[in-house]
Design a protein. Structure first.
Lengths: 847, 316
């Protein structure tokens, strides 16, 4: 076993050390602190942003919960009329939407944003402005969705928004538009946070924290973030297509004109199933941190857990069809997806037994977080078992879309996400508040929640088996569902009371909780090396770690850290500095200087809200103005981000000098652009998937009366585009060799070629003999071309940007970051059209 | 308010736990196997968790972590899901292979009712009520005219969706004569909760007799009240949406009413068929089933309504 005496050691630190530590604290606080008053809104620090995500998430949790309470009241009695069917539809749609998009994902991201830098031993996330921007997008998206209630037009097509019920014919009101736009707005936030978290985890871990020493929570968040990158674009694309169909009469889902409603279901569930694991995994990550601490031993089966999380990441993309077992898909395909759905029980089982093994071979103390863990074991395992049942295709045919599924999904999501979240909330509270919760007060709310939950949802399995479908606003008397529904409603009040008491307990603890000192649980991971409540900069200096649980194995770590003796312990630069480290080994590679508090994220999110509002109101002038302002704000953002005047090499402490990020081949910006391209590629692939999917279900593709038209414009376009890529390659080489004038000429030529391409593509579309409103084929051609043109415009903006950066001397021989970022995006955009050209012009000709 | 009295004491009429058909019974057996298996696994996991949490660490049974993880996390699920999957795939194949003599019935979902056609014989069209011969396989062909619906009669079989641009098939077979309730299972808008129907299994002889009756055109009015009812029906333009074969009413938007009096319910399971209820429905359907496509006719005077209702009820 490890020793755990450094907390004690910290308290007997010599007074000289304490003075020095306090002096450093004040200086770092001056650099990292958030200005007071209204200017708090300009905060970008991960601690502030994380707390905002968490608090906002709980607010939405309460709102979504209230909706469900009213639904339970309506269903308490047969033929009840507390809510009419129109209101009921809005409530169940908004309940699901809120819990998935405005509570579960954002609050877990909030915890990740708050905890990850602390756990991996850094001071902030790598793109603080992006964190803040993500928060605003989330908040505005949520407000957007809820504002619909004031117009009496809340979304009412279900959280899954199946077409054709949600198309312009069957849902002519703005309800669906609120959903499509609000959710997309909030998803921007999720994708932004995911990219940022990946880069932070891969590039800013404490020295010595190789991948296999990473806290498990970081592994879970890493995998989850990749899943977000691969899953969310499918729904974003689906939402864009549906909005275009609704607003402009394009065709993607209308079976009468070459579209198909199942396309929506595929896109939705390609997102929707990974989404379930995106919600579960971070929560499971919390359990993997909490259990070892209270079992007082390291986690059992670290490698097993990491591998099983990776396995879930992959598997979760192979089972979306289990939401579609009743749509009429061939038996063979069903068997495949049934197998994949059941197989997920293996990696999940591994985690559960690793947790049990940790407790079994440890010396557990039953605290409130551990009580919640026990709740997870019962609820989540039961939900998992009914999940395996649902994967049995014939059984699924019987209970799909019934209350059995309602019970199952709440067992999985509340057991797999809410209970772990509450365990985590209690566990990490001392970091937030510097106080401890009361062990005696917290038990009653737990039991109330646990009993209330089971009284609500256990009978629902039976309700479903007895034939009650989902999403019904009422039901006839005498079908055997009456008493079951009444019991569920009573249970839901107990559950709600339990949740209210937990939240009350947490609020009260901020006022009356006992003072907590550093590391009250004797945990082993780095976030507990920080004094509670946490200071804005986290660490006075960045420690080198030598194991998975540094606080258990490195006695002097906290003292040295607080005396500023480790990395980046010198505040003289007056900059916010992070240590960039090697992806695999965690060895220091660079110093990253990040932005201080700024209004720019808010000023970028506001015009983005205008952009979306214009789409909703169908006043496209506002959309255009909003879009233009977003571009301006983004350019200002990029121009001023980080510390552009920093020297090439800076002192990192411990006698090490390292390159600044602009001069490092491993800059976070480079990694981020790669992951952004990855997310965008998924978006584009989803679009191509739509093309091929509709092709396979249509009689003739392209439609028989379509003639391909002249190949002249597209072929010249290809040549122009390839030439532009060559110019960009040449310019980048000139830049690396120091010929900055030629570099800038190169950018100008690229801009001219890009513009020529825009003109050629426009001519090509004018030459196209079908309007997009006529047939899905034409709609897809227009959309693929349009999608790509947006990329060319962005690539041109980037080329213009690096032109000026070079002009002002921020791009030099040694500082190539921005050139590399703009070049790779340019080439990616060119490649995108090569694919698009192939899909539109070559594939149909080949077959 | 408009609860069906005929449902009183009929609990189990829409239940997967009271199987009355081949498919439903096979699924019911699968359910019991899985339910008992799950009970065992859940108890095992909980017992282990409680033991690990509460038993004095010094007196615990010693089991290595790897043994626990491999035994519980790998071996246990691999064995159970392999068995379950093999079973499920075979069952799925069995439940979807129709025998050669299956009766074909076409069901079209509409917001918020069901149109039923018997294509083998000429001109049998009905609504919200499917008569089938007991003991014989029935292949239901499912299409939709508007949004997605899902056809589900839990006592007989699992469900299948009705999807625009697609024809889905579902196999039904009732063991014995009986009445089973079904309901739309895919959210389809405003009155999704009120899109019920009945499947009525008859002996083969009764079924034949019923089909004979249904093939006939509508009954002629046998007294002046019924005749006035028919005329009022036609002059109030009801025929723009409804068909009554044998009259000039040829509309296809609403249910075919040629033999509406022979059906158990009106309004897709909303009201028991009777002259009174038909009258209530004509006047007040928007209160009973808001947003339904049938307009309310509050302006018709009460006598006319009663005559129309009496006429319709007579169409056995």
């Amino acid at each position: 076993m490890t020793t755990r005496d450094d907390t004690a050691a910290a308290t007997v630190a010599d007074t000289g050390g304490a003075d020095r530590s306090s002096r450093l604290h004040h200086r770092f606080e001056a650099i990292w602190g958030t200005p007071p008053g209204i200017a708090r809104l300009s905060a970008v620090n991960h601690t502030s942003i994380g707390i905002r995500f968490i608090v906002t998430g709980f607010v939405f949790f309460v709102l979504g919960g209230l909706l469900s309470m009213l639904m339970r009241v309506q269903l308490a009695l047969p033929e009840n009329d507390v809510l009419d069917e129109g209101i009921y539809r809005q409530f169940f749609t908004m309940h699901g939407t809120t819990m998935m998009f405005l509570f579960a994902v954002p609050i877990l991201e909030g915890f990740a944003v708050y905890l990850i830098p602390k756990m991996i031993g850094t001071r902030d996330l790598v793109f603080p402005r992006l964190s803040a921007f993500g928060y605003w997008c989330y908040l505005f998206g949520g407000i957007f969705l809820y504002s619909s209630f004031f117009f009496g037009s809340a979304p009412d097509g279900g959280w899954f928004m199946y077409v054709p019920l949600t198309d312009a014919q069957f849902s002519p009101g703005p309800n669906t538009d609120f959903w499509l736009i609000g959710v997309t707005f909030a998803e921007v936030s999720a994708v932004a946070a995911a990219i940022e978290l990946i880069v932070a985890i891969l590039k800013t871990r404490a020295p010595g924290m190789s991948l296999d020493r990473m806290p498990l929570f970081a592994w879970y968040i890493l995998i989850t973030s990749f899943m977000i990158i691969f899953a969310f674009p499918a729904l974003i694309l689906g939402s864009i297509l549906l909005e275009i169909e609704r607003a402009f009469g394009f065709v993607f889902f209308d079976a009468g004109r070459g579209g198909h409603p199942l396309l929506w279901q595929h896109l939705f569930w390609i997102f929707g199933h990974p989404e379930v694991y995106i919600i579960f995994l971070p929560a499971a990550g919390m359990l993997s941190m909490i259990i070892p601490t209270f079992a007082r031993r390291p986690i059992a089966g670290y490698t097993w857990i990491v591998l099983s999380v990776i396995a879930i990441g992959f598997l979760s993309f192979g089972l979306w069809v289990h939401h579609m077992f009743t749509v009429g898909i061939p038996q063979l395909a069903l068997s495949f997806f049934a197998a994949a759905s059941m197989a997920i029980a293996i990696p999940t089982g591994i985690q559960i037994f690793a947790w049990i093994a940790t407790l079994w071979n440890g010396r557990p103390v039953v605290t409130i977080p551990l009580l919640f863990v026990l709740g997870v074991f019962f609820i989540f395992v039961l939900g998992g078992l009914t999940g395996v049942m649902l994967a049995l295709v014939p059984f699924n045919w019987q209970v799909h879309d019934t209350h059995f599924v309602v019970a199952h999904l709440h067992y999985v999501l509340i057991g797999g996400m809410v209970f772990p979240l509450f365990a985590g909330l209690y566990y990490w509270l001392p970091l937030f508040s510097g106080r401890r919760y009361s062990e005696s007060l917290g038990r009653a709310p737990f039991w109330l929640m646990f009993i209330g939950f089971n009284v609500t949802f256990l009978p629902m399995h039976l309700t479903g088996l007895l034939g009650m479908p989902r999403r019904v606003h009422t039901y006839a008397e005498g079908l055997g569902w009456d008493w079951l529904n009444l019991v569920s409603t009573i249970g839901s009040f107990l559950l709600a009371a339990g949740i209210a008491l937990v939240l009350l307990d947490v609020i009260l603890h901020f006022l009356f909780g006992k003072r907590a000192h550093r590391n009250p649980w004797n945990a082993g991971t780095l976030e507990w090396a920080i004094e509670a409540p946490v200071p804005t900069y986290n660490f006075i200096s960045i420690p080198r770690v030598q194991g998975r649980d540094p606080l258990w194995s490195q006695a002097e770590l906290v003292n040295k850290m607080n005396r500023g003796e480790l990395f980046l312990g010198n505040p003289d630069s007056d900059q916010r500095e992070l240590l960039g480290t090697n992806t695999v080994t965690g060895e220091p590679e660079s110093v990253i200087r990040i932005s201080k508090s700024t209004w720019i994220p808010l000023l970028t999110a506001l015009p983005l809200a205008l952009f979306f509002f214009g789409l909703l109101a169908r006043v496209y002038v506002l959309t255009a103005i909003g879009g233009a302002l977003v571009v301006v704000a983004a350019l200002v953002w990029l121009w001023t981000t980080g510390h552009r005047q920093a020297p090439d090499i800076v002192d990192a402490g411990c006698g090490v000098s390292l390159p600044i990020q602009y001069a490092s081949p491993q800059a976070p910006g480079w990694w981020a652009v790669c992951f952004t391209i990855m997310a965008d590629a998924v978006l584009y692939s989803s679009l191509l998937f739509a093309y091929f999917f509709l092709w396979t279900v249509s009689d003739a593709w392209p439609p028989a009366d379509h003639s391909p038209g002249s190949l002249a414009f597209p072929l010249i376009g290809i040549v122009v585009l390839l030439a532009s890529s060559a110019v960009v390659v040449w310019a980048a080489r000139c830049g690396r060799e120091g010929a900055s004038v030629r570099f800038r000429y190169g950018q100008l030529v690229a801009l001219v070629l890009g513009f020529a391409f825009l003109v050629l593509q426009t001519l090509m579309l004018l030459d196209f003999d079908m309007r997009p409103q006529q047939h899905a084929y034409a709609s897809l051609v227009y959309t693929i071309v349009g999608f790509h043109l947006v990329h060319i415009v962005i690539a041109m903006l980037m080329a213009g940007f690096v032109f000026f950066r070079s002009w002002f001397g921020y791009i030099t021989v040694s500082r190539q970051l921005e050139t590399r970022v703009s070049s790779i995006f340019w080439h990616y955009s060119v490649f995108q059209w090569l694919l698009g050209f192939g899909v539109i012009y070559l594939f149909p000709a080949m077959l | 308010m408009c609860t069906l009295p005929l449902l009183g004491g009929c609990s189990g009429i829409q239940s997967a736990l009271d199987p009355k058909g081949v498919a439903a019974r096979a699924i019911y057996e699968a359910w019991w196997v899985m339910f008992l298996g799950s009970l065992v696994i859940l108890s095992l996991v909980m017992a282990m968790a409680l033991y690990a949490l509460l038993k004095n660490p010094d007196h615990r049974w010693r089991i290595g972590s790897s043994t626990l993880i491999i035994g519980g996390g790998v071996a246990l699920p691999v064995i159970t899901i392999t068995a379950l999957l093999t079973y499920g795939v075979q069952l799925g194949d069995r439940l979807t292979s129709p025998p050669g003599d299956a009766l074909k019935i076409e069901v079209t979902g509409k917001q918020w009712w069901w149109e039923v056609r018997y294509p083998d014989k000429e001109s049998v069209v009905t609504a919200n009520e499917i008569l089938i011969p007991a003991g014989r396989a029935v292949q239901v062909e499912l299409t939709t005219e508007d949004v997605i619906h899902s056809f589900w009669v839990p006592n007989l079989a699992g469900k299948k969706d009705l999807i625009p641009g697609k024809v889905n098939k579902l196999l039904l077979q009732a063991d014995e004569p009986g009445v089973f309730r079904g309901q739309c299972a895919e959210f389809c808008g405003s009155q999704h909760a009120r899109m019920a129907f009945f499947v009525i299994a008859k002996t083969p002889e009764e079924f034949e007799r019923w089909q004979m009756l249904q093939r006939q055109v509508s009954r002629l009015p046998v007294n002046p009240v019924l005749a006035r009812g028919r005329d009022a029906f036609l002059s109030a333009s009801c025929g723009e949406c409804h068909t009554i074969r044998g009259t000039s009413a040829r509309g296809t938007r609403g249910p075919d009413l040629t033999h509406v009096g022979s059906r158990r319910t009106i309004g897709a399971g909303m009201l028991e068929t009777s002259a009174d209820n038909i009258g209530i429905w004509i006047v007040d359907n928007q209160r009973i089933k808001f947003n339904d496509r049938i307009p309310a006719y509050p302006k018709l005077d009460r006598d006319t309504v009663r005559e129309i209702a009496t006429y319709l009820e007579s169409l056995q």
